[in-house]
Design a protein around this ligand. Structure first.
Ligand code: NDP
Length: 311
């Protein structure tokens, strides 16, 4: 039986592992093989990371995750390359089953399974990811300084991204599939009032160009009312149509919010079950940054250690 099991291997999971291992808790990490068989979370599909402190020249996402993993292993974290398929949190020790049908038991659990950005599902959107197509303005907006970019979506995330990008880019065009925004009044009004932001209503993106040039040069936009299609020349495309927290295996066992994120107690990583802690994007729909995920991973390990000491 393990003292601490960690599920997930992004910045939150690995930071929790480093702290737990250095506290002599001999953690086990099930690193997860979601995203086409690659562990390491969202940074594995990110090229340049320029906002992770300590890397003044930037670093590639997969390289950063390799460093995280080496640091976890250096202090003795046992890493299992598998997905967790099922958990039983109804009694302690907690039980986890991996996709290789291995059963693990642990006194405490740190959930760091992250969230996945929703994409439109267009073939060229995937081909141009990291070449102008992004799901994170805070991460990638800087690459589009003084350029024209498009944002897809009508929720709070889309408005926040549009406002953020308007501070960097020459022009931001929001493309929304209806004629009314879903975003909260205040966020919507801020975007509507921003002279650098314009809106294309009742419209969907049907294609991203230009794969042969290896970068985004335009998006094809279809008006859903008239059926008319036209190209809009842009250098960047930000998809902001929501995120999906990876919490399916915890449904019905842990308290989740209306959007499926794990509910943690304010200022802590404690969940609705004693001994279960959640860190990173799986419990954070606001900041969603590698560095904030790492910060909450550290918190989760410290909280698990203190909880185990008081058992
Ligand atoms: P939402 O689900 O609120 O909004 C998603 C938007 O994307 C909607 O406008 C939706 O259109 C559109 N959309 C969904 N799928 C598609 C698609 N396939 N093609 C085109 N458009 C699509 O997600 P958010 O990420 O914006 O917000 C999630 C939660 O986080 C919300 O509760 C939000 O309030 C909160 N949040 C709060 C913030 C803050 O307060 N600072 C910042 C960011 C998020 P439609 O409207 O037609 O359904």
């Amino acid at each position: 039986m393990y003292k601490v099991a960690i599920v997930g291997s992004g910045p939150a999971g690995h930071t929790a592992a480093v702290y737990a291992a250095r506290a002599n808790l001999q953690p086990v990490m099930v690193e997860g093989l979601v995203r086409g068989g690659v562990a390491g979370g969202q940074l594995m599909i990110t090229t340049d990371v320029e906002n992770y402190p300590g890397f003044p020249d930037g670093i590639k996402g997969p390289e950063l995750m390799d460093l995280f993993k080496r640091q976890s292993q250096r202090f003795g974290t046992e890493i299992i390359s598998s997905d967790v398929e099922k958990v039983d949190l109804s009694s302690r020790p907690f039980k986890l089953w991996t996709s290789e049908e291995q059963e693990l038991t642990a006194e405490s659990l740190i959930i760091a399974t992250g969230a996945s950005a929703r994409w439109l599902g267009l073939p060229n959107e995937e081909a141009l990811q990291n070449r102008g197509v992004s799901a994170c303005a805070t991460c990638d907006g800087y690459f589009f300084r003084d350029q024209h970019v498009a944002v897809v979506g009508g929720g709070d995330t889309a408005m926040e991204e549009a406002n953020y990008l308007a501070g960097l880019c020459s022009r931001v065009t929001v493309i929304h599939r209806r004629d009314a925004l879903r975003a909260s009044k205040i966020m919507a009004q801020r975007a509507l009032d921003n002279p650098k932001i314009d809106f294309v209503w009742d419209s969907v993106v049907t294609d991203v160009k230009d794969v042969s040039a290896g970068k985004v040069t335009a998006v094809e936009v279809e008006n859903r009312k008239t059926g008319k299609r036209q190209d809009l020349a842009v250098e960047g495309l930000f998809i902001a149509i929501g995120h999906q927290p990876n919490t399916d295996i915890f449904k019905g066992q842990l308290e989740l919010d209306g959007n499926g994120y794990i509910v943690t107690q304010p200022g802590s990583t404690r969940t609705s079950i004693e001994g279960v802690f959640a860190a990173g994007d799986v419990q954070d729909h606001v900041y969603r940054q590698a560095v904030t995920a790492a910060g909450t991973g550290c918190m989760a390990a410290i909280e698990a250690e203190r909880w185990l000491a008081g058992m």
